[in-house]
Design a protein around this ligand. Structure first.
Ligand SMILES: *Cc1c(COP(=O)(O)O)cnc(C)c1O
Length: 384
C-alpha cells in the first residue's frame, strides 16, 4: 500500500495530466465587479452575486448590527439554542416571496438538499432527476437510498418513459430538477413537469439557486410569466443573488414541520450566524422593492449574447461550450490577459467533452465592458 502522501501525490498527478487539477487562487473583491488577483485588477464575469448585494451598504449594515446584537456565531444547532429570533423573520420573508405557507432555513444550499430529500423519500422510493441537476441534488438523492433514475436534460418524454416503467414499484416518487440550470442557464419545463408529476402521482422539487432574485420578477423560476404549475417543494440558496450565505426550502406548513423535525443537516449542524441571516433579510427587502435592480442581470446577459447571434438568454448565465478542458483553460487564460475573469468550467462539474466558459452577468456590470468582452470572445475564441 502507498503511504497516504504517495497516494495523494499520485492522484494529483493523474488529474494534472488530464487538466482536471483544481487550485484555490486568492481573490480580493475590490468593487461589486472588480477583483484583485496576483496584483492585477480583473473584471469578474463569474460571480453568482447577480445583484451585487454582498457588497450593498444596507446589507452589510444589517450584518454588522446583527453581529453586534447577537454575536458572531449561533452557538448551537437551531434545535438546541441556535435559533436566534432572526430565523423566524427570514423564514416568513422567504415564504412570502415564494407564496408558500412556510419556509425552513439551512446552513447552505448544499446542506438543504442533503437534508430535505432523505426526509421525504427512502430506500423503497423512486427519485427521477434531470441529468444536469446540481451535484447536491444528486448527493441528497443518493443519501436517501431511494432508487435513482436520471432523465436526459429537459426531455420530458424520457422522464415519462421512466415513470411508466418504474412508478408502480415504489410507494413514493420524487422528481428533482434545477429551476435555472447552473452551468447552462436554461430553464426547466415546469408546466410539463408539473403535469407529469400530477399524472404519475409524484412530488416535484425545484432547486432555484440561480432563479431567485433574477427571473420571475425576483421570485424565481416558478414565477416566470406563463408558468402555471408551482412545485410544492421549492428550495434555493441565500448565497447567490441574495448575496449572503445559507439555503432554504419553501413548502407547505406540514412539509416544513416535517423537515424541521427530520432533516439531519438541520438537526446536527450549527445554525447560521446571525449576521448572515440579517443580511439575507435586508437583501430580500431590496429584491422585493427594487424591480429595476432585479431586471438588470438579464438585460446585461442579453447585451452580451446579441453580438454572437445567440438566442436571448433565459437567465443571467450564458455558457460558451468549447469541448476539451484544455481549450476552456486556454480561453480563460486569454480573457484574463485582457483583464476579464471568467473561470473555465470542467468535468466533473459539467459532462466530459463539454468544458466551457460560463459567463454570469450582474446588475453592476458596465455595458462597455460587456461589449468589449463579447467582441473578444467572438474574434479571439470562437473565430480564432
Ligand atoms: C450553488 C448551488 C447550490 C448550493 O448552494 P450553496 O448555498 O452554495 O451551498 C445548490 N444548487 C444549485 C443549483 C447551485 O447552483
Amino acid at each position: 500500500m502507498p503511504t497516504l502522501d504517495e497516494f495523494a501525490a499520485r492522484k494529483l498527478d493523474a488529474l494534472e495530466t488530464r487538466h482536471l487539477r483544481r487550485v484555490l487562487i486568492e481573490t480580493d473583491r475590490v468593487s461589486p465587479v472588480d477583483m484583485m488577483r496576483d496584483g492585477r485588477r480583473l473584471i469578474s464575469f463569474c460571480c453568482n452575486d447577480y445583484l451585487n448585494l454582498s457588497q450593498h451598504p444596507d446589507v452589510k449594515r444589517a450584518a454588522i448590527e446583527a453581529t453586534e446584537r447577537y454575536g458572531v456565531g449561533a452557538g448551537a444547532s437551531r434545535l438546541v439554542t441556535g435559533n436566534h429570533p432572526l430565523f423566524r423573520e427570514l423564514e416568513e420573508r422567504l415564504a412570502r416571496l415564494k407564496r408558500t405557507e412556510d419556509a425552513c432555513v439551512f446552513g447552505s444550499g448544499y446542506l438543504a438538499n442533503l437534508g430535505i430529500i432523505p426526509s421525504l423519500v427512502g430506500p423503497d422510493d423512486l427519485i427521477v432527476a434531470d441529468e444536469l441537476s446540481h451535484a447536491c441534488l444528486l448527493a441528497g438523492a443518493k443519501l436517501s437510498g431511494a432508487a435513482l433514475q436520471v432523465f436526459r436534460h429537459n426531455e420530458t418524454l424520457h422522464l415519462e418513459q421512466i415513470l411508466q416503467s418504474e412508478r408502480d414499484r415504489h410507494p413514493h416518487a420524487l422528481i428533482v430538477t434545477d429551476g435555472v440550470f447552473s452551468m447552462d442557464g436554461d430553464l426547466a419545463p415546469l408546466n410539463a413537469l408539473g403535469e407529469i408529476s400530477a399524472r404519475y402521482d409524484t412530488w416535484l422539487m425545484t432547486d432555484d439557486a440561480h432563479g431567485v432574485g433574477v427571473v420571475g420578477g425576483g421570485r424565481g423560476s416558478s414565477f416566470i410569466e406563463g408558468v402555471t404549475h408551482r412545485p410544492p417543494l421549492q428550495m434555493g440558496t441565500l448565497s447567490k443573488a441574495i448575496g449572503s450565505y445559507g439555503g432554504y426550502l419553501c413548502a407547505s406548513k406540514a412539509v416544513v414541520d416535517l423537515i424541521r423535525t427530520r432533516a439531519r443537516t438541520l438537526i446536527y449542524s450549527t445554525g447560521l450566524p446571525p449576521g448572515a441571516v440579517a443580511a439575507s433579510i435586508a437583501a430580500l427587502d431590496l429584491i422585493e422593492r427594487d424591480t429595476a435592480l432585479v431586471s438588470r442581470p438579464m438585460s446585461k446577459a442579453a447585451l452580451f449574447a446579441a453580438p454572437h447571434g445567440l438566442p436571448t438568454p433565459q437567465s443571467c448565465i450564458v455558457p460558451i461550450v468549447l469541448g476539451a478542458a484544455e481549450r476552456a483553460l486556454a480561453a480563460s487564460a486569454l480573457l484574463e490577459e485582457e483583464g476579464f475573469l471568467v473561470t473555465a468550467i470542467r468535468p466533473p462539474t459539467v459532462p466530459a467533452g463539454t468544458a466551457r466558459l460560463r459567463f454570469t452577468f450582474s446588475a453592476a456590470h458596465r455595458d462597455e465592458d460587456i461589449l468589449r468582452l463579447a467582441s473578444l470572445v467572438k474574434t479571439q475564441i470562437l473565430d480564432g
